[in-house]
Unconditional design. Structure first.
Length: 284
């Protein structure tokens, strides 16, 4: 049986643990409150009528309406915009993984800082600097309003992101596993595919979801390079703004629908995201 001193120490430890847990969740609530307020305000506005939106007063009591969602889903080619965003975001993320994972492994394993600097330069350079050259090149080859033009332009965002997220994972990769694969006669490509990628799948998942989200939300390249047939969702939301008026209800409804796939995707792979972002090192 525990002595009185041990019981007091255990109760004190539990109290400290409870205080730390409560403090953590209070801090988390404080940090998330502004973001959650904006999101909930957007969702609430999407169910308001123009009269309620333009009343000039914020109230939680209003008669909800689905007119904004009808305008968005039935009054526009919103489904086509969604398909365009899925194709562009999915393909650009996949290509970024195919190119970025070997590049990250080469930078981390074989110490190639010049390659890293070249890839990083496209990330730190403002996207607007690439916009005019891209537009001129794509106009010359007839690629304006095509998927390939949007996918290539989105790679400027996804490729550096994927590469530099994965460099830290590959830098901490256990040397013993690489040595064992070499002893077994595996080639460099075989080691990378059969040993390195399975062990770093958490990091790959986090890089993929973040790359997809960045591409999904990209507006700058899409508004210039996309056309009638390849407009993505951010451009579709922008089209509810005109010189004379702004349809806030439709904008909030479109933004809510646009956000849902990302939220669902994040919830499905949240375990991998947490592992990937929090575990920049690997255990042998």
């Amino acid at each position: 049986m525990m002595t009185e001193t041990q019981q007091q120490a255990r109760r004190a430890y539990r109290r400290r643990a409870l205080v730390r847990t409560a403090g953590f969740y209070l801090l988390l609530a404080f940090v998330l409150a502004p973001f959650m307020f904006v999101f909930l305000y957007m969702v609430a506005t999407s169910f308001k009528s123009p009269l309620d939106i333009n009343s000039g007063s914020f109230t939680l009591w209003f008669t909800p309406t689905l007119d904004n969602y009808r305008d968005v889903l039935l009054g526009t080619d919103f489904l086509a915009f969604t398909v365009n965003s899925l194709v562009v975001a999915g393909c650009s993320t996949l290509i970024a993984l195919v190119i970025g994972l070997p590049a990250a492994f080469a930078i981390a394993r074989y110490k190639m800082p010049r390659l890293g600097a070249v890839i990083l330069s496209s990330r730190i350079t403002p996207g607007i600097a690439f916009l005019i050259p891209w537009f001129i090149i794509f106009s010359q080859v007839g690629w304006i309003d095509t998927y390939q033009a949007l996918i290539l332009s989105h790679l400027l965002v996804n490729l550096p992101l994927v590469t530099y997220l994965m460099v830290s994972f590959f830098e901490d990769f256990p040397e013993e596993l690489l040595d064992s694969a070499a002893v077994d006669g595996a080639s460099a490509v075989g080691t990378f595919v059969k040993v390195v990628l399975p062990v770093t799948r958490g990091g790959i998942a986090s890089a993929a979801i973040l790359g997809f989200v960045f591409s999904w939300n990209n507006f700058l390249f899409s508004v210039v390079i996309a056309g009638r047939d390849t407009r993505t969702l951010p451009v579709a939301v922008f089209e509810f703004m005109s010189y004379g008026s702004i349809n806030w209800g439709a904008i909030c409804a479109a933004a809510t629908v646009m956000t849902l796939p990302v939220i669902v995707l994040a919830l499905l792979v949240q375990r991998h995201i947490v592992e990937g972002l929090a575990g920049g090192s690997l255990k042998g």
